[in-house]
Ligand binder design. Sequence first.
Ligand SMILES: Cc1cc2nc3c(=O)[nH]c(=O)nc-3n(C[C@H](O)[C@H](O)[C@H](O)COP(=O)(O)OP(=O)(O)OC[C@H]3O[C@@H](n4cnc5c(N)ncnc54)[C@H](O)[C@@H]3O)c2cc1C
Length: 468
Amino acid sequence: VSADRFDVAVVGGGTAGLTAAIAARHAGASVCLIERDDRIGGDCTFRGCVPSKTLLELARIVHEARAAAEAGILDAPPSAVFAAVARRRDTVVEEIARDERDERFLALGIALLRGRARFDGPHALAVGDRPIAFARAVVATGSEPALPDIPGIVDLCRTNRTIFELDRLPARLVVLGGGPTGLELAQAFARLGSRVTVVEVGDRLLPGEEPRAGEAVEDALAAEGIRIVLGTRPRAVRHVEDGLSVDLDWGFVVADEVLVATGRRAAADGLGLERAGVELEDGYVAVDSACRTSARHVFAAGDVTGGLQFTHVAAHEGRVAGLGAAGKRARTDERAAPAVVYLDPEVARVGLTEAEARRRHRDVDVLTYPMERVDRARIAGRRAGFVQLVTAGRRVLRRVGGGRLVGATIVGPSAGELVHECALTIQTRAFAGRLAQTIHAYPSMSLAVQQAAAQLDPLGRLLAPRDG
Ligand SMILES: Cc1cc2nc3c(=O)[nH]c(=O)nc-3n(C[C@H](O)[C@H](O)[C@H](O)COP(=O)(O)OP(=O)(O)OC[C@H]3O[C@@H](n4cnc5c(N)ncnc54)[C@H](O)[C@@H]3O)c2cc1C
């Protein structure tokens, strides 16, 4: 069989691959996009961001209504109807999936090939029996759950690939893993009515974030009745009479469903990357700032590269990789890529944590402002959380204007929205004091950021209780 030829072959039709294919096509290359699933769209649309945020949003509505009933504002405590929740989850996924339907890519002249791709040589791929020849390629195969090696995990537990298929609410849910994915789903299911236990091996939640952020989240989840078990390794999952037992060092927890969210690994098995000369580092495809792998004609983007595993980062890298594969120059710049955990309280970070900043910079300053001093948070009755800004002196101008912002962590209502002005400040290398000088609307949540920064420039200070 003679091979079809393309300037650029993109492997994987998730966010990174779709963005890469469009970028390469716009730059004039002939492009094929290879996807093994029936539908393009990837984890974010079908098994990640979209269904999980839909569940969280519906769970928030139920939770707030219940809180309003407890406060006597509504006259009966509501309970969630899971069948309706599941229907909404599926309709939202369908609506968002329509943005990524095949026709849109076909109309751009991108060839869509269905099947599992594998590299057969530096410029050769096979999709099933079909040979493809390419000048350059983009690897965008994403990531998959990394499962702990314990009995029962594979056969008895759910992952993000199967948890969104549930049509009945589990009465008891055990979540293995205290990172963003595990905690978001723990809170969603708890608010929808499940009894939830979170088991985390480490000694705190959200290990990648500021310790204070993990503590605030732990307090909030515990206050909602979620049981949190830290510093404990699950040993096995097995059938027992009334469900599934998750065996721990010191006992067991029985559940109807067990969700494993203990981390991710690159989806690179069976891809034959070695035949294309692409090297892995710690299991992920290593890339430089042009998204180029160890094989100069092969690029990679998104979760498979093991950097920040977010949709917005996958899109950014996909664009860079697609342009690079089409022969254009482009570089990634992820200094100001935000990380958001969509819990209540929401956790958002951009740039460095305090500990990272102290390792990298001299002359670090940390400014915090508690949400309980923010009028909008008081009005909403959602006082948990804080804004923390981390600044560092500049090389020449030192602390003029408050130095430069190198990191921000926000915990509280709408943190994932507030973080973006900090992202812009970092991206544009503006003086941190600019955040204080900019008039913020009263009583917006965003005032929390301005008031944190007002410690650098009293001009921005509101009439609010003094620190301390
Ligand atoms: C539960 C959950 C919630 C999340 N929530 C958020 C969130 O709120 N915000 C956020 O920014 N990020 C979130 N993420 C992360 C986000 O989903 C990923 O970062 C993003 O999907 C990565 O995109 P990607 O294109 O690299 O990979 P993917 O979306 O995984 O796409 C890879 C594609 O490649 C295909 N593929 C793999 N191997 C082959 C092969 N050999 N041949 C052909 N095709 C192949 C796969 O079928 C898949 O379609 C979440 C993740 C999870 C699991």
